[in-house]
Ligand binder design. Sequence first.
Ligand code: FES
Ligand code: FES
Length: 176
Amino acid sequence: MKAIAKPTGIVELSMEVNGEPVSATVPARTLLADFLRDRLRLTGTHLGCEHGICGACTILMDGNPVRSCIMLAAQADGASLTTVEGITPKEGLGPLQRAFKDHHGLQCGFCTPGILMTLTAADPKDYPDDDAIRELLAGNLCRCTGYHNIVAAVRAAWGRDVRGAEGERPGREGDA
Ligand code: FES
Ligand code: FES
């Protein structure tokens, strides 16, 4: 379904968000990230740069990762959306989240929801080694971790040796 703006600049939307039907009326200029955060209170979707660079706002639209800060809510009319709340069990953590916790794949955590969504959409077979994992995550900027433990967490979540091909011990880059 395509949302059509009324002369008032208002659009009517209906979509599925985390498996639940959602209908809303919003100004046509409403950004998708703002709609999710402010209207639906799904604040796990973070806003960093707000111009499509950092990846913090990544969600899935019909199974594909998109940057919700550079999309209008109207563009998601009729779509099925998944946010980080949608991959989080009612109690505890999902396997990817558990791996990030266990292997210290985050510090401030601001980038983490976007990274989790990028990984959720990825098929591990397409990312057979650490270089491929780093390339997959190149669109999700993390200013804290140096990515070392993020890659270790992905290895663990994907059932690989958490020490990596070189047998390296998980730890922050630069650790002694
Ligand atoms: S907030 Fe959307 S890419 Fe940075
Ligand atoms: S953990 Fe702080 S930006 Fe990634």
